[in-house]
Ligand binder design. Structure first.
Ligand code: SF4
Length: 341
């Protein structure tokens, strides 16, 4: 099984470069943004796409399904930053860039919206996105830069920050961005001044997603080379050194439950090598079958959906055994990171 599942059909390096070139207009500071109207993804929305089709409202919820742990992201960091009252749900304005360098079988985005498909996307600037966001009645307190893989265009985050500052919105809107931990473009393409802005911008939170808990699950999930599993930790380590408000997700889907106990333990060890407390800033994401996923399900992915329950139980046991009740009750945004043990 290992050989079969670990081929890594995607050349992440080439595809990242190709999709970056196809989705950023550096001269005009524009990004290829998905328009949801008429797409398969739209079928899963609780409410229609907004912002002329380029946005959607996402209702984040802390509670998980029956057996799944709660997910305070990004609600708690946003609530704390904006000094909002306690809440278990929060609306966010989501914008989605039109490219991703990986092809996770469980992705709720149809693959044809991840390949710079001009039929379902347009070139928009940060100014145009913020303009669309402000035009709606009752804009949500949070903007979520999602994907696709937003970090193929790391400029997107500082461009949005500059725009929010220029409109005096930097203290009123919380900015959140996702990253699939696949490339070093943040360090390669951003100017020092952009990195400094990100480092010091008050109302910004960032989440990196670990796509699996070992090489097999990672490669199975993403179709990328299994060695890139370890690259995710290297990238996260660099982001931790920035001192920004940083979190992680992990998807616990694997086609095999062989040695799953020791593999999850080893994964938590690796997180603690980054920072002793980093597991407390890491949230397991439950994989659910959205419309675009149905046609991708096979025997392996069916098994993986079942195995994630086994894996999350081990995850919870490990968290409980490694951290005291007091440590586990620290709000996620107050979990201290940056002091390696
Ligand atoms: S990295 Fe994210 S956007 Fe890309 S295919 Fe995987 S789940 Fe979808």
């Amino acid at each position: 099984m290992k050989n079969q599942l670990s081929k890594g059909k995607i050349d992440t390096y080439s595809l990242s470069l190709k999709y970056r070139q196809a989705s950023v207009d550096l001269e005009n500071r524009k990004i290829l943004i998905t328009n949801f109207q008429g797409t398969e993804q739209e079928k899963d929305f609780k409410e229609s796409a907004n912002c002329n089709g380029f946005g959607r409202i996402r209702h984040f919820e802390i509670s998980g399904s029956n057996s799944w742990p709660e997910n305070p992201l990004p609600i708690e960091p946003a609530r704390k930053a904006l000094r909002l009252p306690p809440t278990s749900t929060l609306r966010a304005q989501v914008f989605q860039n039109a490219v991703c360098n990986w092809r996770c079988w469980y992705c709720y985005v149809p693959f044809d919206l991840l390949s710079a498909n001009q039929k379902h996307s347009r070139w928009l600037s940060a100014s145009e996105l913020v303009e669309l966001y402000l035009k709606q009645v009752n804009p949500p307190p949070m903007i979520d830069l999602s994907g696709g893989q937003p970090d193929l265009i790391p400029e997107w985050v500082p461009w949005m920050m500059y725009e929010l500052i220029s409109r005096g919105l930097e203290n009123k809107v919380f900015l959140w961005s996702d990253d699939n931990l696949s490339n070093d473009y943040f360090w390669k393409y951003l100017k020092k001044s952009d990195i400094e802005l990100i480092r010091t911008y008050k109302n910004y939170g960032r989440v990196g997603c670990f796509k699996g808990f070992d090489e097999i699950s990672f490669s199975f999930n993403t179709m990328a080379n299994p060695n890139l599993f370890y690259n995710q930790f290297e990238l996260m380590k660099k982001f931790l050194s920035l001192g920004i408000d940083l979190y992680a997700y992990v998807t616990l889907t694997s086609p095999t439950d062989e040695d799953i106990d020791s593999k999850i333990c080893s994964f938590v060890d690796k997180l603690q090598e980054l920072d002793h407390y980093f597991p407390l800033r890491t949230i397991p994401l439950e994989i659910r079958v959205f419309t675009p996923v149905r046609s991708r399900i096979d025997n392996f992915s069916s098994k993986a959906i079942k195995n994630q329950i086994l894996a999350v139980n081990i995850w919870q046991r490990e968290i409980k055994s490694r951290f005291s009740d007091k440590e586990r009750s620290i709000p996620i945004y107050e979990v201290p990171v940056g002091v390696a043990c």
